[in-house]
Design a protein around this ligand. Structure first.
Ligand SMILES: [Ca+2]
Length: 314
């Protein structure tokens, strides 16, 4: 009887023996597929596989910036309209404004956090938005919500956002957009485009799923969207690139350049999506969708954004 241990998609075993007991040191944290094959004397085998999650219990601080998907700084037929690479040492006030407080009814979703201007920083070539367990006002958690309203807005283009997401039940990171005219027409008549939303979980099951959605007014609030579940690693153990390709006829959502949803925006009911939009980055804690953190949720948790780039057709 012979046993072989395979890691990931490696066709060559990392170890073989006749006992079936293996010792293996993983090179780095991450999510690994482990396969053990048991060979009979004829050379035929049976196999069993299991996914091993070695994400850091302390959160994503040990995950290097180069782990995960990366997109280029230029595309044929497009010019770079605006970007923030977060390579300085502070949040750029010419790009971003902090929204402070609890909004109305926890930003409309019964979210639990109080947003401050102290929970975001630019460090190690990334924008960090940190959710903390600390009391401010009547809130038990703090976090940050940054917007580009009145600073950066645009109609149509390709958006690439490279980010690493926070882990745990109650986390609700979002990279999204609202119509610049929200102050005059209100929500949802301004339109909302959610490029990426994730809700955290104790295990990584929900942390493989990115959601893309539009909200608008069609005789009342209407929303529709799609999602994609990663088959290798998770949104909290590697950087991924969340992209939007938005033109006169459609909005398309991608993760790591893989198209997972699209919406036609030609109809009059979707007129919202032909105006200027601005960006919002935030990490909500709790609320109607994710539910509250539990005793396995570790604080602080961080969303890290390596870059945001907007390209427009030449
Ligand atoms: Ca960067």
């Amino acid at each position: 009887m012979k046993y072989a241990l395979h890691i990931g998609s490696e066709s060559e075993p990392v170890s073989e023996n006749t006992t079936g007991l293996f010792t293996y040191t993983f090179p780095d944290i991450g999510l690994y597929q482990m396969v053990v094959k048991a060979y009979g004397s004829s050379g035929r085998f049976i196999k069993a596989s299991q996914e091993i999650d070695l994400s850091s219990p302390q959160g994503n601080d040990t995950i290097p910036l180069d782990r995960g998907y990366i997109t280029p700084l230029e595309y044929d037929g497009y010019t770079l309209f605006w970007n923030d690479e977060f390579n300085g040492n502070s949040v750029s006030s010419s790009n971003w404004t902090f929204e402070i407080g609890t909004g109305s009814s926890g930003w409309g979703n019964n979210e639990l956090q109080y947003y401050t201007d102290q929970n975001a920083a630019v460090e190690n070539e990334t924008l960090i938005i940190e959710a903390r367990k600390e009391n401010v006002g009547s809130s038990q958690y703090t976090s940050a919500r940054l917007i580009t309203k009145n600073k950066v807005s645009f109609t149509y283009g390709r958006v690439d956002i490279r980010a690493l997401l926070p882990h745990g039940k109650g986390m609700w990171p979002a990279l999204w957009m609202l119509g610049e005219n929200i102050s005059s027409v209100g929500w949802p008549a301004c339109g909302e485009i959610d490029i990426m939303e994730m809700v955290g979980s104790d295990d990584n099951s929900l942390e493989k799923v990115t959601h893309g959605t539009i909200h608008y007014d069609d005789g009342g609030h209407v929303y529709t969207g799609g999602s994609h579940t990663l088959t290798t690693n998770t949104l909290v153990t590697a950087y991924h690139v969340f992209s939007l390709i938005w033109d006169e006829t459609s909005i398309k959502w991608y993760v790591d350049d893989m198209l997972f949803h699209q919406e036609n925006i030609i109809s009059a009911a979707r007129s919202e999506f032909h105006n200027d939009f601005f960006f919002i980055f935030n990490v909500a804690v709790g609320g109607n969708w994710p539910g509250s953190p539990n005793n396995q949720t570790i604080f602080p948790q961080r969303m890290k954004v390596d870059y945001i780039r907007v390209f427009q057709k030449q």
